[in-house]
Each structure stands twice: as structure tokens, then as C-alpha cells.
Design a protein around this ligand. Structure first.
Ligand code: FPP
Length: 238
């Protein structure tokens, strides 16, 4: 099979990396082993995007709802995130990858926030690919925060209610500086959005696979891109 023409490569891919826990449990391993294996799939997804010319990759790494998990698992995830950021700093600089985040990241532990700030700062002028980590992210929370910021502008007299357009909302979302995702990948077979990018995914193509995230490697990512290239996007037109 030949390479897909470059105009059929999605500019922005968003991923719900589900099934780490199930992957681990199926092997009699602790859940955190699944998250660790999932971090390796992240590395392969980044490489696939770099090779194929995807410009933005958003990864749902920790949802607003994930704060309700047992403290032990939250701590393991935060520790993994910290380790991930320590090694990614160097790797992202070498691979020309820029890191960004969306979500209520002020709720993360200080140790994660300082690592995040370091990598975001060190990679800010990189241009090959932007990796956006959704951390402490929930779409309804994001839309709520955006609405509050718009209301504050109205209260200060900087904006009139009838000046609110779709773009006003877009400009106040965490994703203001990024294009909408063209393609959503969800692993481990669940058929739902789980409070992920509800506004931004309005016209995205969806791809759902039964594979758990730790089993979703570069060849799987490339196969998904191939499926995307055969989709016809009509945006409500005929
Ligand atoms: C969903 O699996 C996955 C998560 C809640 C965390 C995603 C985190 C990683 C892939 C770790 C590496 C990434 C970074 C950026 C450090 P689940 O635990 O909900 O699985 P289950 O549905 O089978 O229980």
C-alpha cells in the first residue's frame, strides 16, 4: 500500500488513551503497570505523527473525573507524569516537538507543574509537532471557565452580550491557539466522549478500536491514519 497523499493526513489528532487498567489486570499486574506501558504507546504515537506530518496531537492523560480514583492510583499517575516530563524534555527538544497543556493544571501537584513549565518553556519554539496534554481536563469545566471569563469581560464593560459570536467562545477555550481536531482515536472499545473536547470535536472523524492503549503501537496509529485518509468529510454539505 502506498503512502497516503499529504492532504489526507489529519492536521490534528486527538486520542482518548483508554484501557491501561484493563491491560494490566488481564496480566495480573497492578494498574500502574498499565499506565507505564501506556507511556510507551505515547512515545510511538508521537513518532508516528512526526513521520506522517501530523502537526497537533492532543492526548487525554488525566480527566477532571480521574480525581475520583483511589489516591494511590492518582499518586502513581502523577509520578509517572513527572518521570515522563523529565525524559521528554530532552527527547522533545531533539525531535523538534513543542509541548502544551489544556485543563485545570493549577490543580496538579507542584512537582508536576514545575516540570511541565520547564518542558513547555524549553520547547516553545519547536515546530515539527505540538503535543497537547489534557491534564485535569474536562470539556464541561473548560466551557464553564470560558463562560466565566466572557462574563467578566461583560461586567467590566469590555464586551456587549450581542457581540458574542462562535469565535468569542473559541477564543476563550483552553484550545484557543490550536485548530480543531480532525480525527479522534479512542482505544479499548468504549463508544463515548467522556467529557473530552465536546466543542472542538464537532466535525471530527472518529476511530474506535478494541485494543487497549498499551497495545496500540505505531503500526496501529499508522493504520488508523490510513482509515482516516479514506473518509469523506462533508461538514454538513452534500
Ligand atoms: C485510561 O486507562 C488512561 C488514563 C486514565 C491515563 C492515561 C495515562 C497514560 C497513558 C500514562 C502515560 C501518559 C503520560 C502523558 C504520562 P484506564 O485506567 O481508564 O483503563 P481502564 O478503563 O481499563 O481501567
Amino acid at each position: 500500500m502506498g503512502e497516503a497523499p499529504s492532504n489526507s493526513i489529519p492536521r490534528h489528532v486527538a486520542v482518548i488513551m483508554d484501557g491501561n487498567g484493563r491491560w494490566a489486570e488481564a496480566r495480573g499486574l497492578p494498574r500502574k503497570a498499565g499506565h507505564r506501558a501506556g507511556a510507551e504507546s505515547v512515545r510511538e504515537a508521537v513518532d508516528a505523527c512526526l513521520e506522517k506530518g501530523v502537526k497537533f496531537l492532543t492526548l487525554y492523560a488525566f480527566s477532571s473525573e480521574n480525581w475520583n480514583r483511589p489516591e494511590k492510583e492518582i499518586n502513581a499517575l502523577m509520578k509517572l507524569l513527572e518521570q515522563f516530563l523529565r525524559t521528554k524534555g530532552k527527547e522533545f527538544r531533539k525531535k523538534n516537538v513543542r509541548l502544551r497543556t489544556i485543563g485545570r493544571t493549577h490543580l496538579l501537584p507542584e512537582s508536576c507543574r514545575s516540570e511541565l513549565a520547564k518542558v513547555i518553556n524549553d520547547t516553545s519554539s519547536n515546530t515539527a509537532l505540538t503535543v497537547i496534554l489534557a491534564l485535569s481536563y474536562g470539556s464541561r469545566e473548560e466551557i464553564t471557565d470560558a463562560t466565566r471569563r466572557i462574563a467578566e469581560k461583560i461586567a467590566r464593560g469590555e464586551l456587549e452580550p450581542d457581540q458574542i459570536e462562535k469565535d468569542t467562545i473559541v477564543e476563550h477555550l483552553d484550545t484557543a491557539e490550536f485548530p480543531d481536531p480532525d480525527f479522534l482515536i479512542r482505544t479499548s472499545g468504549e463508544l463515548r466522549l467522556s467529557n473530552f473536547l465536546l466543542w472542538q470535536l464537532s466535525y471530527a472523524e472518529f476511530f474506535i478500536t478494541e485494543k487497549n492503549w498499551p497495545d496500540f503501537r505505531k503500526s496501529d496509529f499508522n493504520a488508523a491514519l490510513e482509515i482516516y485518509s479514506r473518509r469523506q468529510r462533508r461538514f454538513g454539505r452534500v
